[in-house]
Design a protein around this ligand. Structure first.
Ligand code: AHR
Length: 335
């Protein structure tokens, strides 16, 4: 009986406590799981010069300008620790294209292409683009769509032609007859210089003839010999697209018994050879074309390899040299 009373008492007490809310505390809501930071994608390491492989399918070794251009690329690459895949296409576009394809196959970071001629690059530029390899056009221009390459670094060839025309006008103020010894047919340098020259040349100066000497001394000489035979006694001036052809032309002019200044010559490049021709009185003006493009090209290549934006067009600042300062400047010429 006593046990029954105690039991009733306990049950009653439990009921009162439940009504008063003194029951077992409800389970606390689960603490929010500690928030973990979203896993960050590992940042792509920035390339340095020592990580960079640049392809330079050089177009040839036709001139002192070209030799200086190759040396500039090689020396700068060595100084910076860039791996340079260099080749010499011997002035043949098909060799440049094969060299470029080999570089694409190899997976270089950037191709820097000095194109021998303007046309015919679309296919290989598209291949480079599809492979994700940016291309810098160096020195001469291409006619391909700008979307196929990243940038162009080089000279304004039309401006060089205009400067040459201005100098010829000053040399022949009364007018006269001239010949043109042109660079490689279809090259951006020859096309641009011829265009700019014609745009500026005075109306009283007649271009008797224009032939290519392919930018070489060896080919420039026979072309000048042929001009001298064909237009004997008629030639007052010569526009020669580079100093190496001027060297060949002067050999022909000397052999024909003419004296310095009998034919007024405007040449292009500003090489040591051109300076010597000015000192000796054969060339009256030498329009600069700067081949020392290595530092600019490799700096841009690094930016492109790191996905950075670059200037689509970088034109070299150039001047015109004259005989009066040639002897003073020659010792400091780098090419
Ligand atoms: O494209 C630049 C030209 O090419 C230079 O004037 C000439 O010397 C070289 O061969």
């Amino acid at each position: 009986m006593k046990f029954l009373k105690v039991l009733c008492l306990l049950v009653g007490l439990a009921m009162i406590l439940a009504v008063m809310g003194c029951g077992a505390a409800p389970a606390a809501p689960a603490a929010p799981a500690e928030e973990k930071p979203a896993a960050e994608a590992p940042a792509k390491a920035k390339k340095e010069y020592k990580d960079l492989t640049v392809c330079y399918p050089q177009l040839g070794a036709e001139s002192d300008w070209r030799t200086a251009n190759s040396a500039s690329l090689k020396e700068t690459a060595e100084k910076l620790g860039v791996k340079l895949v260099f080749s010499d296409a011997q002035q043949k576009q098909e060799n440049q294209i094969s060299a470029m394809r080999a570089c694409i196959q190899q997976g270089v970071d950037v191709v820097a292409l000095p194109p021998v001629v303007e046309d015919g690059w679309d296919a290989v530029l598209t291949e480079a683009k599809d492979a994700g390899i940016p291309v810098i056009i160096v020195d001469r221009s291409v006619s391909a769509d700008k979307s196929l390459y990243a940038a162009h670094i080089g000279s304004d060839m039309v401006l060089e032609g205009k400067k040459s025309g201005e100098e010829m006008n000053k040399l022949l103020p009364e007018g006269g007859k001239i010949i043109e010894l042109s660079g490689t047919t279809g090259s951006g340098a020859a096309v641009g210089r011829a265009k700019g020259f014609r745009e500026t040349l005075a109306k009283n100066i007649e271009i008797l003839d224009s032939q290519t000497g392919n930018f070489t001394t060896a080919e420039g000489k026979p072309v000048m010999e042929a001009f001298l035979k064909k237009y004997a006694g008629e030639i007052d001036g010569a526009f020669i697209h580079n100093d190496n052809m001027a060297i060949g032309a002067v050999e022909a002019i000397k052999a024909a018994g003419l004296k310095p200044g009998d034919i007024k010559i405007v040449s292009v490049d500003g090489t040591r050879g051109g300076f010597q021709l000015m000192i000796d009185g054969w060339v009256q003006a030498d329009v600069e074309c700067n081949p020392l493009l290595g530092p600019q090209v490799l700096e841009m290549a690094l930016k492109l390899a790191n996905g950075e934006a670059v200037e689509p067009e970088t034109l070299t600042n150039e001047t015109v040299y004259f005989p009066d300062k040639a002897a003073e400047l020659l010792p400091s010429r780098q090419y």
